[in-house]
Write a protein that binds this ligand. Structure first.
Ligand SMILES: C[S@@+](CC[C@H](N)C(=O)[O-])C[C@H]1O[C@@H](n2cnc3c(N)ncnc32)[C@H](O)[C@@H]1O
Length: 245
């Protein structure tokens, strides 16, 4: 894979692997993606085991799903992206105080309820993925990651929001963890992902760069000591590869 420019974001250097299409996508599809993640996506996609789906935890308006399907196509991979998100659109830490009054409004704009905003983002995901990824439509599941893994482990078949059926229980080639960034959630997402990740498969933890105060960064640093995994990139978020059995 070609490495292009080294960029500076604040004090953090990272490889910018974007091309013209990705730069148009990044300005038209709302989302939260550090550009350095794209290098990690591409490294994982170019080396991951073949024929197994990619799982993303935390989809928001579909930006990462659309980046992933583009890179899958670029690397001749026909495997599908599975997106898991409850589309409740809370902040990073709101799970700790789910009854808080501020959750009923969107910041200082009290003309939009949080529920209406969440529906808008979910509809945006469906519209954005239908427009940008018709060649390999991502499969959305409106569940928390805990609920998804519980169903994936126990159900025979799961039906996504588009009405497509999926055989449950199989392995994944790559898991992108970008849901609730609190330490306990992140660790549980990793443990569940580990259970279903094929040997040689990849895990990218969003917001795991050095200097981040989020639980995801604390957990990812600890993961460097896990003998089942090899740190493959820090750009600046951490990409791990599961060692072969
Ligand atoms: C940082 S955003 C994801 C950004 C997205 N990947 C993108 O490319 O723009 C985090 C997302 O995680 C979702 N989320 C929060 N808690 C979650 C959970 N327990 N399981 C799965 N997703 C969760 C939120 O609804 C939100 O859409």
């Amino acid at each position: 894979m070609k490495k292009t420019l080294k960029k500076l974001l604040g004090s953090t250097a990272y490889i910018d692997n974007t091309d013209e299409y990705l730069n148009w996508l990044l300005v038209s599809n709302a989302g939260m993606q550090h550009k350095g993640n794209i290098y990690c996506f591409e490294l994982a996609i170019s080396e991951m085991p073949t024929g197994l789906p990619v799982l993303e935890i935390g989809a928001h308006a579909g930006l990462s799903a659309n980046i992933l399907t583009y890179l899958l196509q670029k690397h001749g991979r026909s495997t599908q992206v599975i997106s898991v998100d409850p589309w409740i659109v809370r902040g990073y830490h709101d799970e700790q105080n789910p009854g808080a009054a501020y959750l009923n409004v969107v910041g200082a704009n009290n003309t939009i309820t949080r529920t209406a905003y969440a529906e808008y983002i979910c509809e945006s995901y469906l519209r954005n993925t239908a427009f940008f990824s018709p060649q390999n439509l991502p499969a959305p599941f409106r569940l928390t990651s805990d609920e998804f893994f519980e169903s994936w482990a126990n159900a025979h078949t799961l039906t996504d929001m588009r009405g497509q059926n999926h055989a449950a229980g199989g392995q994944f080639s790559f898991v992108y963890i970008d849901g609730n960034h609190d330490y306990d959630y992140c660790r549980r997402d990793f443990e569940n992902a580990h259970r279903f990740l094929a040997p040689g498969g990849f895990i990218l933890l969003d917001d795991s760069a050095d200097g981040s105060a989020l639980g995801s960064a604390k957990f990812a640093k600890e993961l460097e000591e896990n003998s089942n995994y090899r740190l493959r990139a820090k750009n600046p978020n951490r990409l791990f590869q599961k060692k072969a059995d």
